[in-house]
Design a binder for this molecule. Structure first.
Ligand code: DQA
Length: 148
């Protein structure tokens, strides 16, 4: 099976250093290891990526259309601003799970709107790094059901 792309947006490379009271102390490398371990258990391959550049995220989502079996996306701040990411997701034609470490609905009002949610199969927010593992579980179920 094609890998699951796990794509992370701007400032997530700063995890562990960035506002630890909000985002916790786990680094992005730690989160990647956790995802690798979970994927191994589920028999999935993953390609884990991070970029601060909106266009690079769009290109990876376009790549996912043919190269990935599913997509887990934490678009970070671009979640709330990016029509380009919304449009790329609309064209992706693979299962998409939106993830956020924090519960964006309990935070500032400008985080309450997501351009990703209307084009995602499901949304997980507020579970910290565990949300990525839950997203892998969800994708595994969707992909298994697809295979019939
Ligand atoms: C985030 C929430 C966003 O509002 C914020 O801009 C981020 C991280 C999260 O994982 O909780 O950078 O996507």
């Amino acid at each position: 099976m094609k890998p699951v792309f796990i794509i992370n947006g701007p400032n997530l490379n700063m995890l562990g250093l960035r506002e630890p009271d909000v985002y916790g102390r786990e680094t992005l490398a730690g989160l990647e290891e956790r995802c690798q371990a979970k994927a191994r258990k589920l028999g999935l391959d993953i390609s884990f990526r991070q970029s601060n550049i909106e266009g690079e995220l769009v290109s990876w989502i376009q790549e996912a259309r043919s190269k990935a079996s599913g997509l887990i996306l934490n678009a970070a701040a671009y979640t709330h601003t990016s029509i380009a990411i919304h449009d790329a997701l609309k064209a992706a034609q693979i299962p998409i799970i939106e993830v956020h470490l924090t519960n964006i609905y309990r935070r500032e009002p400008f985080r309450h709107h997501s351009y990703v949610s209307p084009v995602a199969d499901g949304v997980l927010c507020g579970f910290g790094g565990q949300g990525y593992e839950l997203a892998l579980d969800a994708l595994h179920q969707i992909l298994t059901a697809k295979k019939g």
